[in-house]
Design a protein around this ligand. Structure first.
Ligand SMILES: Nc1nc2c(ncn2[C@@H]2O[C@H](COP(=O)(O)OP(=O)(O)OP(=O)(O)O)[C@@H](O)[C@H]2O)c(=O)[nH]1
Ligand SMILES: [Mg+2]
Length: 366
């Protein structure tokens, strides 16, 4: 199951522009990856990773299969969206199944692009969206509380869950997101969170969408977005969506020149993807055989046995051991056999904790 990210924000802030750039740029970079749009507003995007293509050239394999992220673009949220006015409610339902939210905030001035409330006030804009998320979660939770009230009459075991659900409801009624609910480790909180997939407990990356000439410094608007992010323990990224769109189709070198010209060292979209990995504690490991090199995504702390299962259940069932070479070591020796001769291929067991950049060969017997 790829990592899923939902894009949210007010109307006309650049969500679809960012989405389009994300889906097309990354596709152009990894040319032989089958780009797929599941639905018009949903796309699976390869995760850019230089190490993967380097590995492929070292082992002379043409087929490169990157790991992926799924992005979902929804229509702009307006005040009242959570109450089901228009299609709002339905949109929020679409992003319940995501792992994180990309909250796009407009920081660009453009008289030709209407701002819903007349002018740009990042703090207020963010509040409007976050309130809608709170209200949507509250609605979910109210239904759950009613259900638990009925069911707990016959099943007293449900009373602790009802109690925590009521506390969560009060928390939301105060306008607070569930990410700040005090008892995060309570098993009933975790159970409810998993079942109802609350929007306000998802990690958030704020994206300040700026105009071109604000890319090389933080405008007051960007500073406000970053302040808000810091207060909420969230991440923040600055980008210019229309510029990212313009970079679609450029060759790697042209792209680098373009970025230098703009005074930045990395495209905003790469940064979005990298930040998503960071906030979700995700890492990549690599495998290769005669026909393909491939990247895989796991959470930090994943064991070799679990990682084997990500590839194939047979790898897990028949797990014998894992041969591990960190990417940096592989790069130094240039091939598996050279690394082996130097005694640099480690043999690890089921409990080994996968490290970012590990190149792994699973030995299994089925
Ligand atoms: N000047 C400028 N215009 C932008 C930028 N990003 C987006 N736009 C323009 O803003 C308009 C709306 O952009 P979209 O990406 O469609 O906005 P959206 O957030 O998806 O809007 P809804 O789907 O209606 O909620 C388009 O005309 C874009 O070209 C930017 O960085 N600078
Ligand atoms: Mg849109």
């Amino acid at each position: 199951m790829p990592l899923r990210i939902g894009i949210i924000g007010l109307p006309n802030v650049g969500k679809s522009t960012t989405f389009n750039a994300l889906t097309q740029t990354q596709n152009a970079e990894v040319a032989n990856y089958p780009f797929c749009t599941i639905e018009p507003n949903k796309a699976v995007v390869p995760v850019p990773d230089d190490r993967l293509s380097k590995l492929a050239s070292m082992v002379s394999v043409d087929q490169v299969i990157p790991t992926t992220i799924e992005f979902m673009d929804i229509a702009g949220l307006v005040e009242g969206a959570s109450k089901g006015e228009g299609l709002g409610n339905q949109f929020l339902g679409q992003i319940r199944n995501t792992d994180a939210l990309l909250h796009i905030v407009r920081c660009f001035e453009d008289p030709n692009v209407v701002h819903v409330s007349g002018n740009i006030q990042p703090n207020l804009d963010i509040e409007v969206i976050q309130l809608e998320l709170v209200l949507s979660d509250l609605e979910q939770l109210e239904r759950k509380v009613e259900k638990l009230e009925r069911e707990s009459k016959g099943d007293k075991k449900l009373l602790p869950q009802l109690e925590i659900a009521r506390k969560m409801k009060t928390h939301l009624q105060d306008g607070s997101p569930l990410s700040t609910f005090p008892s995060q480790s309570d098993p009933d909180f975790q159970y409810l969170n998993k079942e109802l997939r609350f929007l306000t407990s998802k990690p958030v990356i704020f994206v300040a969408n700026v105009q071109e000439d604000d890319l090389d410094h933080d405008s007051p608007c960007v500073q406000k977005v970053k302040d808000t992010a810091r207060k909420q323990d969230a991440a923040a990224v600055k980008l210019c969506a229309v510029l990212e769109e313009e970079m679609i189709g450029l060759q790697q070198e042209e792209k680098e020149d373009f970025l230098t010209l703009m005074g930045i060292d990395e495209s905003g979209l790469n940064r979005v993807i990298r930040t998503s990995y960071q906030i979700l504690d995700l890492i990549s490991f690599f495998t290769f055989n005669k026909s393909e090199t491939r990247a895989w995504t796991v959470r930090e702390g994943t064991t070799a046995l679990e990682a084997a299962g990500v590839i194939h259940t047979d790898f897990q069932k028949g797990f014998i051991k894992a041969e591990v070479i960190p990417f940096s070591v592989f790069k130094k020796y240039g091939s598996k056999s050279a690394a082996k001769n130097a005694g640099k291929v480690r043999i690890e067991g089921k409990e080994y904790i996968i490290q970012d950049g590990d190149i792994i060969y699973f030995r299994f017997n089925i």
